[in-house]
Design a protein around this ligand. Structure first.
Ligand SMILES: *[C@@H]1O[C@H](CO)[C@@H](O)[C@H](O)[C@H]1NC(C)=O
Ligand SMILES: *[C@@H]1O[C@H](CO)[C@@H](O)[C@H](O)[C@H]1NC(C)=O
Length: 345
């Protein structure tokens, strides 16, 4: 684990609180003459400074996300969406986990969000080496996908509660509402889907085993998505949840008991024992299925968080000029400047 840099916001605001303004109304680029000219393959517009409203108390909302160049465009959009919809954006502290130190990724974050309060930590892939089994989608097998299992070891102990978020989502509501959910003594809270057929997340080898399914005895397991979780970090640590999750990954190494990546071991350990959160906090599956990434529509009901889980990612589909309808909901948070746009501007 390495501790990189954290920035705190002390500079006076250039722009007033812009929460409700569409990005299209913002100036295309705040001048950056004060910064050294760094050539970077990933160029993003600078986001405005988001400031706390007057009613804000000095509480901290800890958000953990992973960081790597492949998903950077998604991470940027997620961060922007969180700040833009927060009443108290300066209360949000981001904890970024990365595998490889890519200087251009960090310079992009710094230049895109000069006022962002964040810390970065290296995730040592040695922790999961030998534990990852091949899943149905290669992208799921990246070690960084497994970093969420180790958060309680990686983050400083003063972080006692944490929101973990995937990088392919945007939040369109105040994250303080998610932060404030009552965990009711549970280690984890997340939207729970009891109508989904839970059987399908595990193979026959699992269900037909005389011992393994007993892990679910005494609880009614329901699917939950591990891309949006509120975690009691102390309870996680004290309950040895990292090791419990690893134990199932070891079983999977010996006999194929599931097809997906880091999700099934979470379900094995925690399904049926989590505190359910309103479904509005994870409108997932917008990336389609894991094989083809077909377009999907929105489920009915109010939405606070849109999640492009599945194979299709909105930035790739928009670039390919064959976006799905839902991808247009992501586009307003896209800070990426293609080289073509740079010339136009
Ligand atoms: C769930 O899926 C399994 C396997 O595909 C099937 O046998 C079972 O009937 C399904 N259960 C429900 C409640 O639909
Ligand atoms: C967690 O692991 C430690 C060390 O292996 C052990 O002493 C402790 O009893 C375990 N706690 C739980 C809740 O399993």
């Amino acid at each position: 684990m390495a501790f990189f840099f954290s920035t705190t916001t002390t500079t006076t605001t250039l722009l007033p609180f812009l929460g409700l303004l569409s990005l299209f109304l913002l100036p295309p680029l705040t001048t950056a003459n004060h910064r050294p000219l760094v050539s970077t393959p990933l160029t993003f517009r600078e986001a405005p400074a988001f400031r706390n409203g007057e009613s804000c108390l000095s509480t901290t909302i800890h958000v953990a996300m992973t960081l790597d160049s492949n998903y950077l465009r998604g991470t940027m959009a997620a961060v922007l969406s969180i700040l833009q919809h927060s009443t108290c954006p300066e209360n949000v502290v981001f904890h970024f986990l990365y595998v490889k130190h890519e200087p251009e990724v960090f310079s992009s974050i710094k230049s895109t969000f000069p006022y962002l309060n964040f810390k970065a930590y290296r995730f040592d892939t040695k922790l999961v080496r030998g534990l990852i089994s091949k899943s149905i989608r290669q992208a799921l097998d990246q070690p960084l996908n497994y970093a969420r299992i180790y958060l309680s070891d990686i983050l400083p102990t003063e972080v006692t509660r944490l929101i973990y978020l995937d990088s392919d989502l945007v939040i369109v509501d105040d994250i303080a509402k998610l932060w404030g959910v009552d965990l009711k003594n549970k280690v984890l809270a997340a939207p729970e889907y009891c109508h989904a057929n839970f059987t399908n997340y595990f193979t026959d080898l699992f269900w037909l085993d005389p011992e393994l399914p007993k892990t679910f005895s005494g609880r009614k397991p329901c699917y939950f998505n591990t891309g949006v979780m509120v975690i009691d970090v102390e309870k996680w640590r004290n309950g040895n949840y990292t090791r419990k999750t690893e134990d199932w990954m070891i079983v999977q190494k010996q006999r194929r008991i599931y097809q997906l990546g880091s999700l099934p071991p979470f379900l094995l350990v925690l399904a049926g024992n989590i505190e359910p959160v309103d479904h509005r906090w994870n409108q997932h599956g917008l990336g389609g299925d894991n094989i083809e990434g077909k377009c999907r529509g929105l489920h009915p009901g109010p939405i606070s968080l849109l999640h492009w889980s599945g194979k299709g990612k909105p930035w790739l589909r928009l670039d390919s000029r064959k976006p799905c309808n839902v991808d247009h909901l992501w586009a307003p948070y896209d800070l990426y400047r293609s080289s073509k746009h740079s010339f136009e501007e």
